[in-house]
Design a protein around this ligand. Structure first.
Ligand SMILES: Cc1cc2nc3c(=O)[nH]c(=O)nc-3n(C[C@H](O)[C@H](O)[C@H](O)COP(=O)(O)OP(=O)(O)OC[C@H]3O[C@@H](n4cnc5c(N)ncnc54)[C@H](O)[C@@H]3O)c2cc1C
Length: 342
């Protein structure tokens, strides 16, 4: 069989990632059909090179030395309704679709479950990797299964929500089985109706300020987009990877001690784990709004690092070290980076 895959050589990683830094990737293969995945891994094997799966590059940072390997750039497209039982609707999206386009698709059909994830950059396929979420919703809560190419079995398989082991910003796809699966499609089951439960504080505040009482998916989507626009840099205009640090997980036994020392420390229970808000920790060190080695600690959300004038990854590493040290010195807590590196 003749296979036509689009292969580019020596591509700047900066062009493929929203932090816009890093050296060159030796090869970039565009994946437009699932068969391209099989061929791309064969191509990498033949060349004896490592691989990296890339979607929108909004959670990936390029290092100065570049990547002497093959980037599989996911461009798999298509969104379909698989089933409708009157109350819930099952939707499958190919992994190269934008998560925000999937949110728009479901909101148009009055479905609740991912409307609060509107405007999160990146692809559907990356969403289960770190169990993306925002404003009280996360993908793990509505996901049924993912279709994937298993690079060990060299075959296409289905992984159920249970097998994916979702936790806060975590799944098997970024932990125990990191890099083993290329997610090709994601299936979610969404409810007809309105968002349930108490709304995230800033979202509720926006609705109150604007005298909006209804909680339909379209209303929540619009509100989330407006709230995010005031706070989170648009990756098309401003270089960042969104939240640069994860919230800090602490043991339940540590909580009383932390609260005794720092009475206002925000500690939340997310699923089974206890998380300290990393943005608050950084804010308390006085670094919010500061420019460190060309990296700006956002003055709107201290968790976000903006690549304002950093020449390279080394600058980012210096800025990161300064922030991590400041939080460690003040709180004895260790910040961990959220974005992956290539
Ligand atoms: C401005 C901004 C705001 C953000 N806000 C949020 C937010 O509110 N909530 C949140 O959770 N995240 C947020 N993020 C982070 C980011 O949008 C998400 O992590 C998103 O899922 C990344 O998608 P991507 O396609 O760009 O991933 P990429 O950066 O391309 O990839 C991320 C990781 O997933 C792996 N991967 C990608 N595609 C696949 C696949 N098909 N199969 C297997 N592995 C794959 C990659 O190898 C890599 O390890 C934000 C980022 C930015 C820049």
């Amino acid at each position: 069989m003749i296979v036509y895959m689009k292969i580019r050589e020596n591509v700047p990683i900066a062009e493929l990632t929203t932090m816009r830094m890093g050296g060159f990737a030796r090869y970039v293969v565009e994946i437009t059909t699932v068969n391209d995945i099989v061929e791309a891994y064969k191509f990498a094997d033949e060349k004896g090179l490592p691989t990296y799966i890339l979607g929108g590059g909004s959670n990936t940072i390029g290092r100065d030395e570049g990547f002497d390997g093959v980037i599989l750039l996911n461009k798999l497209r298509g969104i379909d309704v698989l089933g409708d039982d009157g109350e819930t609707v099952t939707v499958q999206a190919m992994a190269g679709e934008k998560l925000d386009d999937l949110a728009a698709f479901t909101v148009e059909r009055d479905l609740t479950g991912i409307e609060a994830m509107s405007a999160i950059p990146g692809t559907v396929g990356a969403a289960p990797v770190q169990n993306v979420g925002a404003y009280g919703q996360d993908i793990g809560a509505v996901l049924v299964s993912v279709e994937a190419f298993d690079t060990e079995l060299r075959d296409f398989i289905t992984l159920s929500v249970k097998e994916l082991g979702f936790r806060y910003r975590r799944s098997i796809l970024n932990s125990d089985m990191k890099k083993r699966f290329f997610v090709t499609a994601v299936t979610v089951r969404l409810r007809r109706g309105e968002i349930a439960g108490e709304l995230y504080r800033s979202l509720q505040a926006y609705l109150d300020e604007n005298g909006i009482a209804d909680r339909r998916p379209a209303t929540i989507r619009d509100a989330v987009i407006a709230v995010r626009a005031g706070k989170i840099p648009n990756p098309m205009k401003i270089a960042s990877s969104g939240s640069f640090f994860k919230n800090v997980s602490v043991d339940e036994a540590e909580i009383d001690g932390l609260r005794a020392k720092f009475p206002n420390i925000p500690i939340y229970k997310i699923g089974e784990s206890w998380e300290v808000a990393a943005g608050w920790l950084i804010e308390q060190t006085g670094l919010k709004g500061q420019l460190l080695h060309g990296m700006r600690v956002s003055d709107k959300a201290a968790l976000i690092l903006i690549n304002e004038s950093a020449g390279n990854y080394a600058d980012l590493a210096a800025a990161r070290a300064a922030i991590v040290a400041a939080v460690r010195d003040k709180f004895g807590l260790e910040l961990e980076q959220e974005p992956e590196e290539i």
